[in-house]
Ligand binder design. Structure first.
Ligand code: TRP
Length: 442
């Protein structure tokens, strides 16, 4: 018997899975990817992939979790009676492990910025958000390693104490607040000089600017924000009761993710030019642009500090679930070994996060196929392991699982969506993933 606990309400399930899915992907990664791959051109592909590919895949992962009701390195074997298929779960496990490694680098930056702004607030450092020099921060090895170490340490503490439930309650307040803050930043950005050209950059659907590479990264971005292929969403649904409606839950997560991504884009691009930055500035884009925007507001440092707390919260609700996945798989959901496993996993994550962070500084010259170590880790996760995991799951669902059982898991079907969804998952989506995958290798 697994000691699987269950969600009491759909709201609890949606809150927890949305907290896990909505994080750095929408707020930090989307604008920086869109900036590099053509703004509006990237946005169209991202929207298409998120709605046509991402949504059905998310429903699929929820259906699998709801049917299997166990941890993800066992669920595939349990559902198909083919133990070797658990390799799909292990693939997801590896993905979240590496993902946490580079996620913590960005989490660390948030903490460093918080400390910096706090020092300004209490008068230890001269005020002025425009003083914070991004390049200096991220190339300082000691500072960044301490920052990400702290981020991992906080995540570990929460997982060890098992207080995630408290966090879910807090997210009822924190997430809407973050939302409001994003809207305020958008409003401010839009009043800046040159805002219109930035707005056009992200919103204008310039179809001719769609590139093969941009298309590949747009799919990777959809996978990343929706946590697809990492089995994270399967885990959440494995706690779902039989009555839970997975379609509305999936739809709300997709919609929230799109809205947050769009708001992040609208907050950043209109302000980019005004402060002399370029959309193509890469992973630092958000960290360079936002302090400047807040600097234009009265009480800007106070608001920026609150924003950073909310941003850190959103990142933590995701990193907790990243670590939790490794812990639940290695302890087979048995709480006895929870603490040592959480500690060992965190130490290993910390070790792999060090080269990722140094790749912004001293290891910047070390490239694999032209990518820094940080970019490489991201690429392996978002563009290889996540699509592979999702592909494996589509094959299991389409070829091996019983259609009627799936239909039960799919739930009430007022609009007769089961059939189109099933055929999409069985025939079309595996092909789409394979085609994109092959394009990538070429
Ligand atoms: N979707 C998360 C984000 O946007 C990242 C992520 C991918 C994730 N897979 C996951 C988070 C699995 C938790 C569990 O930030």
């Amino acid at each position: 018997m697994d000691n699987q606990s269950q969600w009491k309400s759909s709201t609890g399930f949606i809150l927890a899975s949305a907290g896990s899915a909505i994080g750095l992907g929408a707020m930090w990664k989307f604008p920086y990817m869109a900036g590099i791959y053509g703004g509006g051109a990237f946005l169209i592909m991202f929207l298409l992939f998120t709605i046509i590919v991402g949504l059905p895949l998310l429903i699929m992962e929820f259906a699998v979790g709801k049917m299997g009701q166990t941890y993800t390195t066992r669920i595939y074997g349990k559902l198909t009676n083919k133990k070797w298929l658990n390799v799909i779960g292990w693939n997801g496990n590896l993905a979240v492990f590496i993902l946490f490694g580079f996620y913590s680098v960005i989490g660390g930056w948030i903490i460093i910025y918080m400390v910096e702004v706090f020092q300004q607030l209490i008068g230890i450092k001269p005020p002025g958000l425009d003083h914070i020099k991004f390049e200096e921060v991220i190339t300082d090895p000691a500072l960044t390693i301490i920052g990400q170490g702290l981020f991992i340490f906080i995540t570990m503490g929460i997982v060890m104490l098992g207080v995630e439930k408290g966090l879910e309650k807090a997210s009822k307040i924190m997430m809407p607040l973050l939302f409001i803050f994003l809207i305020i930043i958008v409003a401010k950005s839009l009043t800046l000089e040159g805002a219109m050209s930035g707005l056009r950059y992200i919103l204008e659907p310039r179809v001719k600017d769609i590139s093969v590479k941009g298309t590949l990264f747009a799919l990777g971005q959809s996978f990343f924000t929706l946590s697809l292929g990492t089995t994270g969403m399967i885990t959440y649904a494995s706690y779902a009761s039989k009555e839970m409606t997975i379609k509305t839950s999936a739809l709300s997560i997709v919609v929230m993710n799109i809205i947050v991504s769009l708001l992040a884009g609208l907050a950043i691009f209109p302000a980019t030019e005004a402060f002399g930055f370029k959309p193509t500035d890469g992973p630092g884009l958000l960290f360079k642009v936002l302090p400047q925007v807040f600097n234009q507001m009265s009480l800007g440092s106070v608001f920026y500090f609150i924003f950073l707390i909310l941003f850190l919260f959103a990142a933590l609700t995701s990193s907790i679930s990243l670590l939790e996945l490794n812990v639940s798989n290695f302890t087979k959901n048995n709480n006895d070994h929870r603490k040592p496993v959480a500690i060992i996993a965190s130490i290993l994550v910390f070790l792999i996060s060090i080269p990722a962070t140094l790749s912004f500084g001293s290891l910047n010259g070390f490239r694999i196929f032209g990518l820094t170590l940080f970019d490489c880790m991201d690429f392996v996760v978002s563009n290889i392991l996540m699509p592979l995991g999702a592909l494996g799951t589509t094959l299991v669902v389409g070829q091996l699982l019983d259609k009627d059982a799936l239909k039960v898991s799919f739930g009430k079907d007022r609009f007769n969506l089961f059939r189109p969804w099933y055929y999409l998952v069985k025939y079309i989506l595996p092909l789409v993933i394979i085609i994109v995958f092959i394009m990538q290798l070429i």
